[in-house]
Design a protein around this ligand. Structure first.
Ligand code: B12
Ligand code: SF4
Length: 527
């Protein structure tokens, strides 16, 4: 069978302007059916011409499409084109998992895949390929589809694979010749674990990797498997990005991975980046030194808010703004650049509080920041809560791209959100950010001199692409409010000093102890 794997549509706004990540989802499921012809078409990096694309579809029996929420219309459009050309159509990923009935309702989608894709995909392909193992569609767990009467059927949940090492290696050969970049550097992704034991209010990871009781799961690959994956990557790239949401969940395991990287000498040939959490790095400062030694030079951190009330309410009560400041300083002192995620307008935050959050982010002097209007992804309890309160303002999934507002809060209207996101980007990026970064990155003796080799791409993608995106959205310095301009007055009631931290930390002690992870299940931890 000939299978075309498709990563649909590049988004016009948000991170797509500065980052193009390889679709690890598609190359992972492709690894399950190596006997079939495979090609990857990635709208983010491949040139799209409708006529040529349609004739390309003609050559394939089946298309396998991945979709996040904001990509779903484009995924459906591609599925329709493929059906017109007579292909079987399969869609999986975040949106099909979170809201399967929305995807399955379209007649041109044959299979909507919920949750972990590997086993389900293999069974669908076997089924389509002449029903080799005499599988009936009813027996394929983890799919939703329309029956002959047009009724949507949701088959049973797909059980999670117990041991992630059992999955074949991702088909990295399908990425050959494709250029994926992360803030100017060329990057390939490696996944070392799935799931997360935390429970941040706004996150949809829990639903994606839940067990059959609906509880959170966390599974890891063994160190030897991780090293195999590292060696499998095309080393012409500048970076390997450990792409799971939280690479450092299990500190002991993280140490083991880093020690192995250092011992193998891979760190002298390749740089690494990962996503982590402030509380983990704060409580384990040795980890920062080891990350540096292992040649980690970029870390993504969820900074979220300078307001403890928001951190508490979003289930990040183990983090304080003072801890954020301390971790940011430790990482940057080492020459590790930080990409921060900041939430604009968590419920309870007034316009003034949001502006304080923006100013605090500027003061932190992060390398790069994504300002996200608080977003409730459909299919999560947070979304249901906001819907019940009448707070959802956008039903068009296009706006669930972490750039546009999709909801309002008691304190802020959609218009306020648009204004505050625009102010945040303008104040952070358009007021001296280029000069500050240039001073650091262009210094051949400085801590960030490792950026020198990537400067051409950084200027093209990060600066021209990123700033171009902002201007195309009407974001200029004119949008910055007087309240945000008046820094001293704005920040006078914000105290992120050590003393304030101590008092908050002791208040939080009790909460930390009661922080419940009872629903979390470590399905398997390979070492
Ligand atoms: C790495 C990453 C990125 C990278 C690369 C993404 C890419 N597609 O190449 C970058 C940084 C570019 C990125 C950007 C964005 N991201 Co992102 N990203 C991730 C992250 C951390 C890991 C993704 C990954 O590779 N996982 C490993 C693979 C193996 O897992 P998987 O993708 O889930 O695939 C499995 C199943 O979903 C399923 N499956 C998936 N597709 C298909 C298709 C078929 C046919 C089948 C059968 C099965 C199947 O099978 C796979 C194997 O089990 C996830 C969070 C996470 N932990 O997954 C967020 C996440 C997916 N991103 C998210 C978002 C919102 C975005 C942005 C919109 C942010 C922004 N403001 O710009 C953009 C969108 C960019 C775009 N157009 O693709 C959200 C999506 C939420 C949602 N409901 O849509 C997530 C969940 C983060 C979060 N916690 O909220 N992202
Ligand atoms: S730590 Fe990250 S992945 Fe885990 S629940 Fe919070 S936001 Fe989601």
């Amino acid at each position: 069978m000939k299978i075309l794997y498709i990563n649909p549509a590049r988004l016009e706004s948000g991170m797509d302007a500065i980052i193009t990540g390889a679709p690890l989802s598609l190359i992972s499921i492709a690894g399950m059916v190596p006997e079939h012809d495979a090609k990857l078409f990635d709208f983010k990096v491949d040139k799209y011409r409708e006529k040529k694309f349609r004739s390309e579809l003609n050559r394939y029996d089946t298309v396998a499409i991945t979709s996040m929420t904001s990509q779903v219309y484009s995924a459906l459009e591609v599925a329709k084109m493929a059906k017109d050309q007579g292909c079987n159509t399969i869609i999986g990923g975040y949106h099909p998992t979170l809201v399967p009935e929305f995807v399955a309702d379209h007649d041109y989608v044959d299979f909507t895949v919920r949750g972990e894709g590997e086993h389900t995909f293999k069974e669908i392909i076997d089924y389509l390929d002449g029903n080799k193992n005499k599988i009936s569609i009813k027996d394929i767990d983890g799919i939703s589809y329309k029956n002959k009467e047009g009724k949507i059927i949701h088959n049973s949940e797909r059980a999670l694979e117990h041991n992630l090492d059992n999955f074949p290696m991702p088909r990295r050969d399908l990425l050959k010749g494709k250029l994926y970049t992360y803030l100017g550097t060329t990057t390939r992704q490696v996944e070392t674990s799935r799931g997360c034991p935390h429970n941040c209010k706004f996150c949809c990871i829990i639903k994606m990797w839940r067990n059959s009781n609906g509880g959170t799961t966390y599974r890891t690959k063994s160190i030897s498997r991780i090293m195999r994956e590292i060696y499998d990557v095309d080393w012409k790239n500048d970076f390997i990005f450990f792409c799971e949401d939280n690479f450092t969940i299990n500190v002991k395991r993280t140490h083991k991975i880093l020690d192995t990287i250092i011992k193998s000498g891979v760190n002298t040939k390749m740089r690494f980046s990962c996503q982590s959490r402030v509380d983990t790095l704060y409580n384990n400062p040795v980890l920062i030194n080891k990350l540096y030694k292992a040649n980690f030079r970029q870390v993504f951190l969820g900074i979220e808010s300078v307001h403890q009330q928001s951190l508490d309410a979003m289930n990040k009560r183990n983090t304080t703004p003072a801890m954020v400041r301390s971790v940011v300083k430790s990482l940057r002192d080492k020459g590790i650049s930080i990409f921060g995620g900041v939430i604009i307008g968590f419920p309870g935050e007034t316009k003034r509080m949001v502006r304080q959050n923006i100013q605090n982010t500027i003061n932190l002097d992060l390398d790069c920041v994504q300002f996200t209007p608080i977003t409730a992804f459909p299919g999560t309890p947070f979304y249901d809560e906001m819907k019940e309160k009448g707070r959802i303002t956008a039903s068009n999934y296009k706006f669930y791209d972490l750039f546009h507002p999709m909801m309002r809060t008691e304190e802020l209207t959609s218009k306020d959100f648009l204004q505050l996101v625009a102010e945040a980007y303008a104040a952070f990026y358009l007021k001296g950010w280029i000069i500050r970064r240039a001073k650091e990155y262009l210094n051949p003796f400085g801590k960030f001199n490792w950026m020198l080799g990537s400067l051409g791409r950084l200027v093209k993608q990060g600066i021209i692409g990123g700033l171009g995106m902002l201007y195309s959205q009407g974001i200029t310095t004119k949008v910055i409010s007087d309240e945000l301009k008046n820094k001293v007055e704005l920040m006078k009631d914000i105290d992120i000093s050590y003393a304030a931290f101590k008092s908050i930390a002791s208040q939080n002690d009790k909460k930390i102890k009661t922080f419940s992870q009872e629903k979390m299940e470590v399905v398997s931890e390979q070492t």
